[in-house]
Ligand binder design. Sequence first.
Ligand code: KGJ
Length: 401
Amino acid sequence: MIDEAVAALMHGDQTRQSPLPDGRRREVRQLFRLVLRCVRAGSAKPIIRPSEQIAAHSFAAGIDLAEVQGPFTVLAEVLWRQLASALAGEQLVQALGLLTAITGAGKDAMARTYVALATRDCEGEQPADEPEAAGAESGDCPQGVVLTDVVGQVGIITLADRDKRNAIGAEMASRVIAALESLRTRQVRAIVLRAAPGMDVWSAGHDIGELPPGKRDPLGYDDPLEELIRAVRTFPAPVVAMVHGTVWGGALDLVLSCDLAVADETASFAITPANLGLPYNITGLLHFQGRLPINVIKEMFFTAAPIHARKAREWPLINHLVPWDRLESFTLELAATMATKSPLAIAVIKEQLRVLSDYQPIAAEVYERVQGLRRQAYDSGDYLEGLEAFAQKRQPIFRGT
Ligand code: KGJ
């Protein structure tokens, strides 16, 4: 059976430029033997550690994650056929369920290893002479860092400012923009935008301390978060938001500006300018309008309440809701799939969709009237109260003036 699976793998892989090296072939055979042992033992556990080890070797050798996971799919197909001819009824259903659990556990272990290795240290795109922030514990990432890595043809950008809950100010925004630029020159074909492992806030949104204290548009064209959102929307390859944890304010605009969003059950999404007395900008509202029905937009903006993952999937703010232990592997697989498609076609379709959804004809007079209304709000005492209340960690008292 192992020979049949190896032959199927070779047959299905004729597009490979060079044959599988001997070392990889041995690993594939070892994997196949382990899957069979797991099936006999009725447990997925024995597959996990060897899958991690194989993934670690493959990562170091620069092999694509999808390629490393491929043998599981092939072996599952071969085994399915064998099981279907040998068993029937409930027995067959149970055996197939076990097989799916085993191959799923192996693939997940590999994806987790890839992501852990890709984000294991803080070298990323840090300039060599950048000093670590004071107070960073050994093994922790310094404040404000954005980590960048490439797995196969997928770039991974990790927001890792734990202390500030990934609030996005000028430094964070410019680092993500620089990471996008660097990944563009490395010709990645998809990007995953994520928070560092273990964070339960994906991003706390705009750095409120960097919002102007009145008498100036808080979300003007040159605002760093606005620049970051534009960089994501105009990036010439798919950007996938991978969301574990809570998303606040402008970070939701960022998530919606990504081409797709995948989240796990810990995710929630809140748009909170009404907590600050902040008049959201027209471009930002268009981003919401491009993705959500108007009644949903209104409920989210008017209540500022977090929308939990299940509801978010239903509305649908996100494309996929997956269990937390499958989030990384699912998102990477999705990104890797897009990375195999025509980059030129994807880039132009993305740009067409952006142009079609971002632009609304609006008369100059109407635009100026709306901007005047916005000015009244950001020149108001309520906006200052919102900023002050956040800084003082208390509830704001809005007077409508
Ligand atoms: N801006 C600046 N600093 C922030 C922000 C932020 N958005 N969020 C958190 N921080 C800072 C806090 O002030 C703390 O600083 C530290 O991060 C940890 O936060 O006191 P310090 O240590 O100096 P905290 O609150 O102690 O952490 P948790 O208890 O884990 O709570 C995490 C939360 C994300 C729930 C909480 O920090 C929070 O509610 N943050 C504000 C979330 C929010 O409303 N963001 C929307 C910002 N507005 C917008 O983006 C826009 C564009 N808008 O239109 O509204």
